[in-house]
Design a protein around this ligand. Sequence first.
Ligand code: ZN
Length: 474
Amino acid sequence: MPEETPHTDMAGLTARLSLRPAEVYREVKAGKLKTTIVEGRTLFAEADIKAFEEKRDAERNDLADEFTKWHEELAPPPPPETEEAKPPEPPKPDPVAQAPALADRLLLHAFRSGALGVHLDPVENGFRALYRRDGGLDERGRFSARLGELLRQALKVKLGKPDPVTQPVAALAKIDHEGQAIQVQGTIASTLLGEHVHLRFRDPRKKDGLEDLGYTPEQAVAVRKLLDGRAGVLLVAGAADPFASRHRLGLADMLAAGNRLVVSLEHRVHFKSEILVQLALPTGEGAEFAPLLAAALAMSPDVLFLDDVRTAEEAKGLFEAVAAGVTVVAQLRSPGNADALLRMVEFGIGKDVLARDLLGTVARRSLRRVCPTCAGLRPLDPGEAALLRAEPGTTVAEPKTCTECGDGFRDRRILQDIWVNTPEMSALVARIEPPAQELRAWGSKAEHGIANAARTAVLDREIALADVANLLGS
Ligand SMILES: [Zn+2]
């Protein structure tokens, strides 16, 4: 009988549970709230409402407890003088209102622990937080679906609108670390499981990546200086392969760290970057370069990249950009520096323009790396010491053999051959003719050229002297 079992109608229930009818309906659909049909009306039995409330309170408690656990776990270390004081009992948190604070705490905790970034990835029953480190990803912990969702929302709000410069690739936010603003770049990717939020710190103390690309420290300084100076073209010779993409990003990273706007025109986007504006070039017959170049220049970039100079139109466009005050880094398929310059002349660039607007050229060589596990050491003989300009008694690597390498060598070591356009080089470029013998001879002894790079790598015991002896001259 309805009179013996107390029932509540929809209006009474929405008031009692502080829910809107749509929310009540959702709970009913989810099976969390039972309904009873009495004389054709949808009512809610007191026992069912009680069960729903208890379950809801329990869930709220669990969420608050989980929040508190993470809030404490991610807390910054307390200043030493307050360690003695007994902290007052904290009030029960409000996870919804405090989610942004927890998101900040997560970011700061990751940054303090030396992580390069944080991933918040949906998994089957919630979310997992991963800290990105040099060697890969470490799982820091798992969040329930409720708390993870709150964090995901908070991180998204924190990132705000995508940055107009890097849009749609990334959005930017900042966190405050001991008075220092740390830039956070975020990407949000949708998958079947839900949205992944990937955040990456742009640590102002971050190390330069050029050494990872085979530059010696001296070469890295020289190239940084070149790109910091007057507008001009830096030609990068090599194959159009994934290493070329890495190289471009390494240079772009260095430039973007100086807050310069880098726009990259790409025939083939090898991977997306958060640090530069990438514009995909149209390909195929009749594809025009000029409109995209104009669009790129309209952004007033500080530096313009081109992944592969393929046509005379492109080559000419790049030198026109220099006239507009833009520094250009252009990659082209070429076996070396002199060939890259000859190719520019073939494309119709005037030798005087080339001699004037060239900043320099960079070509890469890939050599066998001595196996670090088994390599021995041997002293240089006097002739070798002279070749390497090393002190007598200096030792270099002597390849042996072990089960890891088989032949004494493992992996490759990239060496960069860098020609900085000095007045002397400029004079040679202005009268360049195939096969450019004079220029090649000059380049073989260039300050930041291959010979000195090879010397450094041999003295660092990374490559065998025999493999580069022909580069060192006599
Ligand atoms: Zn070995």
